[in-house]
Design a protein around this ligand. Structure first.
Ligand code: WT7
Length: 567
């Protein structure tokens, strides 16, 4: 029997107080995610239960019980406090998927500070714009990433502490740098968690839009109410599960469902901190006996590519429930997973701003491969007419997804960007910026984004950010960046550039530019192809028309070109 039982029944009688009651939370109480994920679980008698099973490169393994993560997050919180970090200060977590990242996240929250996780593969420029926007006070990082921080530290007077979790004493620490070793630090038996309330800020995740710099999405401790219940009903987590969320906590899936959801339920989770290979993933599932697996379409397509024969070399019978998020999950992937694992990946739809799962397939529900499923109980969803922003009544007609802005995990703002935040709400609806249609059974079907943002392997890349970075390369005069179709990643970044006189438009320059972007931004933002052009299509007012280039890449009709200048 699944945790949700009957979707219809749950939807009819739904009230978020169901979740509040399970968490013993009453309106006005203190609520702290760090405490809920460790101290409370210990109080419930699970102190000796394994919380985290971690495996890194070369087969290194570590295990932590709920009591271990309680004590260690206490140590981190006290250390930060000693360093002068206060509630609501931003603390960036800039690490690979190591235990310090997961446990440090809880420590930051216990202090009442705001956790700002950033993807460790970010280059110095990507890191700088995000730290500068949040005026981050401390960053917790590793030796291997400290170089990138040092490169920009002089531009960040507000960054008071750079905490290195694996300092080996080989090279001297510089100003503002300090060593903190989580496993060796003195265990702090009790730490008075900051009495955060429902609306106290908790997590700050950065997400890319079409224009402007990335936006810092502000979440609050009350988001737990959504994350707890969606983990229970959608991921169907039960006490004896071994759960594996493949996402990096630099992205929201890795925090909402890679830390908060499972640990607030007292579930054992495992983490594999090595690069992707189909073989190592199957081996990990077999070795750890993974029962619930939350992953992403790009990974599933990569597994499909590795072939059916490989699957047969492993015993994957522990798998009980599979779910996916991040990009459209094509019907073939759903059907394939059913064939090789005997279970279908259930698609879930949500985003950084929503904080928790919004549209989803549930265990026990009839699955229509290719559909995102139905709204989570308590979520009022619709599809709005693009012009009038009124709900569409005609079945199957495409429009903008709209959510009534009343679920606990909805973001509470964009950091220092109130104006853009307000634009996300229209006519009483929160607009995630995606298009979909609803069929006669109430299932949602994804159509596409309503903007130019590129979704590569489930990660959003802003064309604006890549274009700006390209212009910083000495050879580039103008640039336009669009998505290009790709078998595995669905979309990859493609750049069109005009180059300055004196440079030769050849393969060598292409590779140099690619590498420049990879180091400055990230491997995801790196264009997979650079096309040299004599000029870029522009509107009469001089704005580059990405949609012309986009249509060309996807073999689609270009549409209205009346404002195009150089046609
Ligand atoms: C955007 C959000 C929260 C998960 C990680 C991504 C796209 C997400 C689906 C899905 C089709 C999807 C949307 C959304 N997206 N899930 N199941 N089917 N598209 O979070 O980086 O904030 O990206 O990813 O376009 O708006 P994110």
């Amino acid at each position: 029997m699944s945790n949700i039982g009957s979707y219809e029944e749950r939807s009819k009688n739904f009230d978020w107080s169901i979740s509040e009651k399970k968490l013993d939370y009453k309106d006005g109480d203190a609520i702290n995610i760090g405490w809920y994920c460790s101290d409370r679980i210990c109080q419930m008698g699970k102190a000796n239960k394994t919380a985290l099973i971690w495996e890194g490169l070369g087969g290194v393994e570590k295990e932590y019980t709920f009591n271990d993560i309680r004590l260690r997050s206490n140590s981190i919180a006290s250390f930060l406090k000693e360093q002068g970090i206060n509630n609501e200060d931003r603390v960036c977590l800039f690490m690979d998927k190591i235990p310090e990242l997961y446990i440090g996240f809880l420590g930051v929250l216990k202090l009442g500070a705001i956790a700002q996780p950033l993807f460790s593969a970010f280059g110095d420029e990507s890191l700088f714009v995000r730290l500068d926007n949040a005026k981050t006070k401390a960053i917790i990082t590793q030796k291997k990433h400290v170089k990138k921080v040092r490169k920009i530290v002089n531009q960040m007077p507000y960054l008071e502490r750079i905490i290195i979790v694996d300092y080996d004493g080989k090279h001297p620490l510089r100003e503002r740098e300090i060593s903190f070793n989580m496993d060796e630090a003195e265990k702090v038996e009790s730490f008075d968690c900051f009495p955060t309330k429902a609306e106290s800020p908790s997590v700050l995740h950065y997400t890319s839009g079409t224009t402007g710099q990335p936006k810092g999405v502000k979440h609050v401790h009350y988001s737990l109410i959504s994350q707890y219940l969606t983990s229970k009903w959608v991921l169907d987590l039960k006490d004896d599960d071994i759960y594996w969320c493949t996402a990096d906590p630099g992205w929201v899936t890795g925090t909402s469902y890679g830390i908060i959801g499972p640990w607030s339920l007292g579930i054992t989770q495992c983490v594999l901190d090595t690069g992707f290979s189909a073989e190592s993933w199957y081996k990990f599932i077999e070795k750890r006996g993974v029962t619930v697996w939350y992953s992403a379409p790009t990974a599933i397509r990569s597994l499909m590519k590795a072939g059916d024969e490989l699957v047969k070399e492993f015993d994957l019978t522990s798998l009980r429930h599979l779910a996916s998020v991040g990009e459209p999950l094509n019907a073939e992937a759903v059907i394939w997973s059913d064939k090789v694992f005997g279970k279908s990946f259930l698609d879930t739809y949500w985003q950084t701003e929503t904080g928790s799962i919004m549209l989803t397939n549930f265990p026990g529900m009839k699955i229509k491969p290719g559909s995102m499923g139905k709204p989570f109980p308590g979520v009022t969803a619709t599809v709005l007419d693009v012009e009038t922003l009124e709900p569409i009544t005609e079945i199957g007609k495409a429009g903008l997804i709209g959510f009534k802005p009343d679920w606990p995990a909805l973001m509470r703002g964009f950091w220092a960007n109130e104006e853009t935040y307000k634009k996300k709400f229209k006519n009483g609806w929160y607009l995630p910026g995606d298009r979909a249609s609803i069929d006669s059974d109430g299932y949602y079907w994804f159509i596409g984004r309503d903007d130019d943002v590129i979704n590569t392997a489930g990660h959003l890349v802003s064309p604006f950010e890549v274009e700006s970075a390209l212009l910083e390369h000495e050879s580039v005069a103008e640039s336009a960046v669009v998505a290009k179709p790709d078998d595995v990643n669905m979309e990859v970044v493609k750049a069109f550039v005009t180059i300055k006189p004196g440079y030769t438009a050849d393969k060598d320059l292409e590779l140099k530019i690619m590498n420049f972007i990879r180091k400055k931004l990230s491997p995801l933002a790196m264009p997979q192809e650079i096309e040299y052009v004599d000029s870029l299509p522009k509107t009469r007012s001089g704005k580059i028309m990405r949609r012309v280039l986009h249509a060309q890449e996807w073999g689609e009709e270009v549409g209205d070109l009346s404002t195009l200048e150089n046609d």
